[in-house]
Design a protein. Structure first.
Lengths: 311, 251
């Protein structure tokens, strides 16, 4: 049984009451002059979840996270963070959130300890409290061996951990992570995934943006997929994959173009793949979130040119 | 209570800048003092050895000018550099904006390190000035003017760092505004020596008024109240424009 992909925009099947949602955004838009970066999106994030915002480059993820973290004022729409309405209760909302930005926002001239301490005092914690809390956070993230080292001397993964430690020092209820594993090696990525799960399990809600689909599939309880400023799909990763089916037949046609067909069961997929006698290559595999993501956001075809030259 | 909140907020905001200064104290101070020392030697003892301006030796005339130009450039440079690096390269200025701290605290906190450096530089140069010329006096007015000018130019540093997104733009601002101002605004020679049109031009720049005030305080001339009001006006102007940048989310 071949499956077709749903194309309707409103896949938000999140009927949760606002009491359960720690982040809500309604009809959120952002315009920069004539350019609309975010187009009337709705988001609801349940407390204690890891929520992923996925999308290709330029989809509007960073603009969305900057609006949710009070760094950008929306052109239209309403945001509520931990029960605080923006912009009226912005100071209260800021106390509830921790943010790790794509660029990490660390003062690289200072040590790990200084950076964590600085974040604490800027959030109006007492010097005594922040001194104790800095050590606790650094210990739980395994940062103690680097505590007195300058941030500039650390590797990318440890810098990212330091940024997360900074964002946790004032005990936020929600942690926003903007592309936390961009540019990290595999070991550091896995280390950060474990950390994110640990934070979720210890009661922090995580809002994460990424363009690594594997990351979202591994980590997130729910994801929203953004494309060209809109949320084009929302749900648990398994639910979204299920909209396509269970198995993918991926094959190369005579023109080298890759083609994907989705099926509810393995047998149907196998029967279809057996008919592809002219295909250059055929594979049958379970559907993953990446398939769904690409169906929703579109694929970019590679064109090698007209012919004689090789790359 | 509100004033206390602003001051404590400013202290929290300034902590990291002072930590940086603590780690880099000697290089920062040495780099600040080299240029004024060269000015003292070149203009005070070299070119102006036998020159008398008004009723004082050139060395006595030039010391307040050098103090003025050194304090304002050192506090401008440090404030602008620190904020621009935090904004553009480290993206750590966003963390400042995410904190529950008021705008006055942000401004006061971010100008504090510039104020400190300007004051430190001015104090060392004042001590040297007293040793170099008997006509030069350290007065309360001179110290107050050092504080006011350091605050004004630190605020200009904040504004310049908010308004520029690249090191090259900041360099252009330095070359077109700060460096000409340090030479032409009555620091090393009287403004009256300039052509009339140039006199009008330098009269609208804040350093001209800072030099006049400092010279009057150090050499015992009548205090130019209007000039001091102009400097306060510039401080208010820089604060307001920088505040608008923050308010409109352009930082």
């Amino acid at each position: 049984m071949e499956m077709t992909v749903k194309t309707k925009n409103d896949m938000n099947d999140v009927p949760d009451s606002d009491d359960e949602n720690i982040v809500t955004a309604e009809c959120l838009s952002k315009e920069f002059g004539n350019f609309t970066a975010v187009r009337s999106i709705d988001l609801r994030v349940k407390e204690g979840n890891i929520y992923g915002l996925l999308g290709p480059n330029g989809a509007g993820k960073t603009t969305t996270i900057r609006m949710l973290t009070t760094l950008l004022t929306p052109t239209t729409g309403k945001i509520t963070i931990a029960g605080c309405k923006l912009p009226a209760e912005i100071a209260e909302a800021r106390r509830s959130i921790g943010v790790v930005q794509q660029q990490m926002s660390l003062d690289r001239d200072l040590t790990v300890a200084d950076n964590i301490f600085q974040h604490g005092i800027q959030h109006r914690m007492s010097f005594k409290e922040v001194r104790e809390r800095s050590k606790t956070v650094a210990e739980s993230l395994g940062l103690m061996p680097f505590y007195k080292k300058k941030v500039d001397d650390l590797s990318g993964g440890w810098k990212r951990k330091t940024a997360i430690a900074c964002s946790l020092v004032h005990r936020p209820r929600i942690l926003f992570l903007d592309e936390p594993t961009a540019g990290l090696d595999t070991q550091s990525r896995y280390m950060l995934w474990d950390l994110v799960r640990y934070l979720r399990d210890t009661g922090t809600t995580i809002f994460i943006t990424t363009h690594y689909i594997e990351e979202a599939e591994n980590l997130c309880d729910r994801v929203a997929i953004m494309n060209k400023g809109k949320v084009v799909a929302e749900g648990a990763p398994a639910e979204l994959c299920n909209q396509l089916g269970e198995f993918t037949v991926e094959y190369n046609g005579n023109d080298h173009k890759r083609i994907y067909r989705y099926f509810r069961d393995k047998q149907s997929a196998k029967i279809f793949s057996d008919t592809l006698t002219d295909a250059l290559s055929v594979s049958v595999r379970p559907i993953c979130l990446e398939d769904f993501f690409l169906e929703k956001t579109g694929r970019i075809e590679f064109k090698a040119g007209n012919g004689d030259d090789t790359i | 209570m509100m004033v206390w909140d602003i001051l404590t907020g400013a202290g929290r905001m300034a902590w990291s800048d002072f930590r940086f200064l603590q780690y880099n104290f000697i290089p920062v101070v040495v780099s600040t003092l080299i240029t004024p020392l060269l000015y003292f030697l070149a203009f005070g003892y070299g070119l102006g050895k036998d020159v008398v301006i008004g009723d004082v030796d050139y060395i006595a005339y030039v010391i307040p000018g050098i103090i003025a130009l050194s304090t304002v450039t050192s506090c401008f440079m440090l404030t602008a550099h620190k904020i621009q690096v935090q904004r553009v390269f480290y993206a750590s200025f966003d963390e400042v904006l995410l904190c529950p701290i008021t705008y006055p605290s942000i401004f006061l906190g971010k100008t504090a390190v510039g104020l400190f450096k300007g004051f430190l530089c001015g104090t060392i140069l004042c001590i040297m000035g007293v040793l170099m010329s008997p006509d030069f006096h350290v007065t309360f007015g001179l110290i107050a003017m050092m504080a006011l000018s350091s605050l004004t130019f630190s605020l200009l540093g904040v504004l310049a760092a908010f308004a520029t997104n690249a090191i090259t733009t900041m360099n252009v601002f330095n070359s077109l505004v700060i460096i000409p101002m340090t030479f032409l605004c009555g620091t090393l020679f009287p403004v009256e020596s300039l052509p009339t049109a140039a006199q009008y031009a330098v009269d609208i720049l804040p350093l001209t008024h800072v030099s006049e005030c400092m010279r009057a305080c150090a050499l015992g001339y009548d205090f130019p109240w209007i000039s001091s009001a102009v400097v306060i006006g510039f401080a208010a102007l820089f604060y307001t424009i920088a505040w608008l940048y923050l308010k409109k989310g352009k930082v």
